[in-house]
Design a protein around this ligand. Structure first.
Ligand code: C2E
Ligand code: MG
Length: 655
């Protein structure tokens, strides 16, 4: 007597699996779609199997019973044989072998034909069985009989199993060990159940074993929790990476919209987890609704820290650009959550990818990811949707991607150079000092320190760059050229990581000793970000250097949170007012801030430098505010050391 219960359990198992897949919206992307196809195929096979067994074993005689049995058995064969093909294709997806097949080359075409031919032959044979009866027959008592060519089904299943395993072995590097074990287990389970059922047909464990294999795959390979945000249920950055990678492997055109909540990080820090997630979910729902309303097909992702991406597959450029503009205008700026009102603002970028076109904004996966995470740093725009307007944008993106190797090359080939920008003393009417500013010329073009210094901080090369700056500045101060300029000291920028170097004080002290320079010839500029990190090592460095006679400036004052406690407690000699004060000087509110800040600093016996002075008018304004020192393009842009010395020489002659 055949055991039908295994098949019944299989149907229940797979139904649960299907519900779970749809409930978790795990239906996007080729791999998911393929997995879903296998699950549905197994479900239909199990239903047909159940009907066949039920009719043979339990149902009494009724009209057309043999015909129904014949049809359901034929369908069972078609669906069941497809499972092995689909399983094999699933392995192709996991290992990315699918892209070799999809290539439009001769090899690609040959492989795709090779892969579909056995299944097509098998289907022809199964359909032809209606007339030939070579695979199975149903007799007048509705009893099923295997026929000789049934073996062909097994041969085809065997071929696809061999295909799948061969690709798995050849492309195993594309998969993690756990995934390889999971697929191997899936095959072992499926193959052994086929053998069991072949030798013990009454046991009928095949469908049950397949359903377990699918569950195992869902848990170990598909892992929906890896691709979705647990709190918002949205696709996360891993999903974006995965689907983004497929874009390049497929070489299909696509356009993308990147969205950043400009105060995303602040919200993350200020709000509790639930409120923050609710805020994201609201934005998510708004975008999904807008996509629906505009009849635009795009996949939405929440990347990280208030960054979103929408991927539009295919040539959708005009529509997606329209949608980006629509979002910029309509995205909600105010949320009322619990009892709090949250204000948000957005930056939006629109880019296109087309492997076959020169108009493609980016050409590699790395570029895509850099863009997704930094588009607003790489491409500048104030109001509109940010796009790649010119060749410079592409150049910037390329540099962002390869900045690590550029910096390594620059270090080994000495591509850095120090420039000096004069600083004018209002009281003494002379050039009293200069700020040392690093320059990097790569491929004939300058790369801004504002861009490469943060990158060097991230990759750790800042220490080598910082050493170069220290050495060059000391060399200059020790030279006769410097003495001839008559400058009192040089201002030198210290990066955040340098401030945290444990041996920094000794390093600077030893270097100045080696060059025979007194410590009052160097003023070290530190930023508020460095001070805010407030690590003991940094405080020790400042104290030690200060006791050795080095003075300190607080750079970019007015751009950060301007922590007054730090200004009071740290041994700062100079406060450098940032360019933003200069840009806003016509604003009456800013004038109040400026006047009072200057007075406050003066009372604390601090000296004041103003940066970014470009006109005579500005020079007059800030001199009247009693600033001590002025720096800016009005006097000179930063210059290479020899040009700088000649410039000072000329200035002295003219003065
Ligand atoms: P910073 O220390 O605030 O330097 C002042 C920046 O303002 C310089 O930009 C300078 O060229 C620019 N500047 C000066 N006067 C004017 C003006 O009148 N108008 C305008 N628009 N800009 C003016 P630069 O050289 O591009 O440096 C940018 C930043 O990179 C610096 O800001 C500093 O934070 C960093 N940096 C530069 N050189 C070094 C270095 O040797 N070491 C470290 N750690 N950082 C450096
Ligand atoms: Mg500076």
């Amino acid at each position: 007597m055949r055991v039908i219960y295994f098949t019944l359990c299989a149907i229940i198992n797979i139904a649960v699996l299907i519900l779970a897949i749809y409930a978790r919206r795990f239906t996007q992307g080729s791999q998911n779609k393929f997995f879903l196809l296998i699950v549905w195929d197994t479900f239909l096979s199990a239903i047909c199997d159940f009907i066949c067994t039920y009719l043979q074993v339990y149902a009494g005689a009724f009209p057309h019973k043999s015909t129904i049995l014949f049809v359901s058995t034929t369908l069972y064969f078609i669906f069941r044989n497809f499972t092995m093909v689909a399983l094999c294709m699933y392995v192709f997806f996991l290992t990315n072998f699918i892209y070799v097949i999809q290539e439009k080359s001769l090899k690609g075409r040959f492989l795709s034909v090779l892969i579909v031919v056995p299944y097509i032959l098998n289907v022809i044979l199964i359909v032809a069985n209606i007339w030939t009866g070579w695979i199975f027959t149903i007799d007048e008592n509705s009893i099923y009989h295997r026929q000789k060519l049934i073996a062909f089904n097994y041969v085809v299943a065997f071929i696809y199993t061999v295909f799948g395993i061969a690709v798995l072995i050849a492309f195993h590097k594309a998969l993690s060990k756990s995934r390889i074990y999971a697929i191997a287990f899936m095959y072992i389970l499926s193959i052994s159940s086929v053998f069991i059922q072949f030798f013990y047909p009454h046991l009928m464990v095949e469908m049950f074993a397949t359903s377990i294999a699918l569950f195992e795959t869902m848990i170990l390979i598909q892992r929906p929790e890896e691709l979705t945000d647990s709190s918002t249920g949205m696709f996360n950055i891993s999903a974006f990476r995965k689907h983004g990678k497929n874009l390049f492997l497929n070489k299909n055109p696509a356009s993308l919209i990147f969205i950043r909540i400009t105060n995303g990080k602040t919200l993350l820090n200020a709000l509790d987890y639930e409120t923050y997630s609710e805020c994201l979910t609201n934005i998510n729902s708004f975008i999904l609704l807008a996509l629906k309303e505009q009849k635009t097909k795009g996949q939405l992702y929440h990347l990280q820290k208030g960054r979103f991406a929408i991927l539009f597959k295919g040539e959708y450029t005009k529509r997606s650009l329209f949608f980006a503009n629509h979002l910029l205008k309509t995205l909600p700026r105010t949320f009322k959550l619990k009892n709090i009102t949250i204000e948000t603002d957005y930056k939006i970028c629109h880019t296109i990818y087309d492997n076959n076109s020169k108009n493609s904004d980016f050409n590699s996966f790395k570029e895509l990811m850099v863009l997704a995470e930094n588009f607003d740093k790489i491409l500048k725009s104030e109001k509109d949707v940010i796009t790649f307007k010119d060749a410079k944008s592409k150049e910037m993106l390329k540099q962002s991607v390869s900045i690590d190797s550029i910096l390594m090359e620059a270090i080994s080939n000495n591509l850095f150079e120090m420039y000096y920008q004069p600083i004018y003393s209002v009281a003494e009417h002379r050039i009293i000092s200069a700020e040392a500013l690093i320059r990097l010329k790569y491929d004939g073009k300058f790369i801004s320190p504002e861009f490469f210094i943060p990158a060097a901080e991230k990759n750790g090369l800042i220490h080598q760059i910082g050493d170069f700056v220290l050495e060059s500045v000391c060399q200059f101060i020790a030279s006769d050229k410097f003495k001839e300029t008559g400058l009192d000291y040089i201002e030198l920028n210290l990066s955040v990581s340098q401030c945290m170097e444990s041996g920094l004080a000794d390093k600077i002290h030893n270097l100045t000793k080696r060059y025979g320079i007194s410590s009052d010839k160097i003023n070290l500029e530190i930023t508020e970000t460095a001070i805010d990190s407030s690590v003991n090592t940094m405080l020790n460095n400042i104290q030690k250097l200060s006791s050795l006679g080095f003075s300190f400036s607080l750079d970019d004052y007015g751009t950060g949170y301007s922590n007054i406690k730090r200004v009071v407690t740290l041994p700062l000699k100079i406060i450098k007012f940032d360019k933003t004060f200069v840009n806003e000087v016509n604003n009456p509110q800013m004038q109040i801030v400026l006047k009072n800040n200057i007075e406050m600093m003066k009372e604390m016996k601090k000296e004041i430098v103003v940066e970014g002075i470009e006109t005579n008018e500005m020079l007059k304004v800030f001199s009247d505010y009693h600033c001590d020192f002025i720096q800016g393009f009005y006097f000179s842009k930063p210059l290479p050391v020899n040009d700088f010395c000649s410039w000072v020489d000329n200035w002295k002659k003219q003065a």
